[in-house]
Design a binder for this molecule. Structure first.
Ligand code: AMP
Ligand code: MG
Length: 327
């Protein structure tokens, strides 16, 4: 049977619709829901069998843990030993928001969603409808991004509808406002390790911690998920700085340029627009949609513009680098 689809809005707490999903969760089913980062595919974190369905649907490796989405701080306490994280109260001020905090876990987190680790990543998403749905579910919702493993995360409901099979319910909301996955941090006393960059960057944490660092490729506390292929379109995608890109597309007509609004003005032929360099969320929220469009298009390959690696663009470039090869 095809999954059920319900239209929702992130700023509306539609209790009746939220209750439909909450019942699915309580019965061990799988629900796709919008958040401000990307769409999530969720199940009851306390139900190992329900969580196994997520791994099967996505083709996800079993050693890659799921982030637990909760509605409020009280629910977070059920799953994480927050009192063992010195800066927890300060960090929690960034919730609801695009931040996942990795902390020592409590026993209620199943072995399947935690992938056997002693820690759990917790997040409160910034979407009123989704928090209502989690609250009514009366459990934490273990949810990775709603896409087949390796593919770009879904930032529009239509990305999911023909890609993931075996889901019980899809909440169709607006396009994701941020469009790249949450920042994942591992706070330890006066050190903050950024396991995955996102909308919150080192600058946000340097106000709270003496030391802030990005986990390196060989770092043992790295997010298990970061070692896997990620965010990639099926077709070839190159990346280049503006001048190199402009020169390349001048002589190669078979490639679609994916560029900022500013650079687009300098290209005569067809191009796809990421958004203005002055509006970083415009760029991040269109990125995965354009990578998916490349696969569906007549073009055999694309070339995407490199952004200046400062602030939030460091995080956007992190995804672009994983999805593309350097020219
Ligand atoms: P996603 O599949 O997009 O939701 O990504 C979740 C990311 O968070 C993956 O890179 C996971 O490996 C990472 N993650 C989740 N839980 C933990 C944890 N307990 N410790 C370290 N990384 C985690
Ligand atoms: Mg993912």
């Amino acid at each position: 049977m095809a999954e059920k689809i319900l239209d929702v809005r992130c700023d509306l707490k539609d209790q009746e619709k939220a209750l439909t999903g909450a019942r699915v969760i309580q019965e061990g089913g799988v629900v796709i829901f919008p958040t401000e980062t990307v769409y999530g595919i969720g199940a009851d974190v306390e139900n190992n069998n329900a969580c196994k369905k997520i791994y099967a649907i996505k083709g996800r490796q079993p050693d890659n843990p799921l982030i637990v989405h909760v509605a409020d701080l009280d629910q977070a306490e059920n799953y994480a030993c927050t009192n063992r994280v010195r800066m927890f109260r300060e960090l929690a001020k960034l919730w609801p928001g695009p931040l996942t905090i990795v902390m020592p876990k409590k026993d209620r987190v199943g072995d399947v969603p935690s992938a056997g680790l002693g820690t759990v990543g917790i997040r409160i998403p910034d979407c009123d409808f989704t928090r209502e749905f989690i609250k009514l579910s009366a459990t934490g919702i273990a949810a990775p991004s709603a896409n087949m493993s390796g593919r770009p995360s879904a930032t529009r409901a239509e990305h999911i509808i023909n890609e993931l099979h075996g889901v019980d319910l899809i909440y169709r909301g607006e396009p994701s406002r941020i469009g790249i996955e949450s920042t994942v941090i591992y706070p330890q006393d006066d050190r903050c390790i950024i396991l995955r960059p996102g909308a919150y960057t080192a600058d946000d944490f340097s106000k709270m911690f003496d030391h802030v660092e990005y986990a390196g490729p060989q770092d043992p506390v790295r997010s298990p998920g970061m070692k896997y292929r990620h965010y990639s379109p099926e077709k070839e995608l190159l990346r280049a700085k503006k001048e190199d890109l402009l020169n390349f597309v001048e002589t190669h007509r078979d490639i679609i340029p994916i560029v900022t609004t500013e650079t687009a003005k300098e290209i005569k032929g067809e191009k796809w627009i990421l958004g203005s360099i002055k509006n970083p969320y415009e760029i991040s929220s269109s990125l995965y949609d354009l990578l998916r469009q490349l696969d569906a298009s007549k073009y055999h390959r694309g070339i995407i513009e490199c952004l200046p690696e400062t602030g939030f663009f460091i995080s956007v470039m992190n995804r672009i680098k994983k999805a593309s090869a350097e020219l």
